[in-house]
Design a protein around this ligand. Structure first.
Ligand SMILES: [Zn+2]
Length: 247
């Protein structure tokens, strides 16, 4: 067994990794096309001394924000990051440099960043600097959180989420097309969550002509303030914008 294949983790590690994933999720709807990243810094006495998460409009990454908060208290501690820290010079300096400089002894992150510029290099850079790296905790949760980013980076194609209002017999409309409001309050709230979460909303031309749905997101004000807003894509058979009602 290679020394890096099995690094011991504890329940505390799992708890802190979950916290890093929770922090990362605060960026939902704002980080695209980048990944969701959250970081928790824990000192040698297992006290949280720094937390951060990534937002697109901020130039600093989650790791850097959390390390700045922790300052000297990071020395000898552990960094829990929701995704492999980046090791290349991009829009910001490498987060691996910041982690190494901070005196962190250990980094726990569920998964590698599939971005070819990062993939495996972040962990390798940290290990080369003598930092213990653990990357086999909450793998599924880590991958699920960034499923849209991972899909986009691996395939170059957008991650598509199909939303349908379906009756118990598996139908989406009656023969006459009379299908409004078969969902309840809870489902509609979930739809607004999804609209906030995705960069674009696409509906069929037939839906526009029949329903002319208001495709806004209740959190549009928040989206707009971060200069990323859900766009409305309208699609019919010929990819022409269907005739809209009203002005
Ligand atoms: Zn970074």
């Amino acid at each position: 067994m290679s020394p890096e294949s099995k690094v011991q983790t504890t329940e505390f590690d799992e708890l802190m990794t979950r916290r890093a994933l929770e922090l990362a999720a605060r960026g939902i709807g704002q980080v695209s096309p980048g990944p969701l990243v959250g970081t928790v810094i824990v000192n040698a006495r297992r006290e949280i001394v720094g937390e951060g998460f990534y937002l697109y409009d901020q130039t600093k990454h989650a790791e850097t924000l959390a390390l700045e908060q922790a300052g000297e208290r990071a020395r000898g501690g552990t960094a829990y990051v929701s995704l492999e820290p980046h090791a290349h010079q991009g829009r910001t300096a490498p987060c691996t440099d910041a982690l190494i400089k901070s005196g962190i002894k250990r980094v726990v992150a569920p998964i590698e960043d599939p971005n070819p510029k990062v993939s495996g290099r972040g962990f390798a850079h940290l290990r080369a600097a003598g930092i213990e790296v653990c990357s086999d905790l909450l793998i599924d949760e880590g991958a699920r959180l960034n499923e849209a980013y991972i899909h986009y980076v691996r395939t170059g194609r957008p991650f598509v989420h199909l939303k349908l209002a379906v009756s118990l017999d598996g139908k989406i409309a009656t023969r006459t097309g009379d299908s409004r409001w078969i969902t309840g309050e809870q489902a509609r709230a979930r739809v607004h969550d999804l609209r906030h979460q995705y960069d674009a909303i696409m509906v069929g031309g037939g839906t526009v002509r029949a329903d002319d749905p208001l495709l806004r997101c209740v959190e549009d004000r928040l989206c707009a303030s971060l200069s990323i807003s859900a766009c409305e894509f309208l699609r019919n058979r010929n990819l022409h914008k269907p005739r809209m009602k009203g002005p």
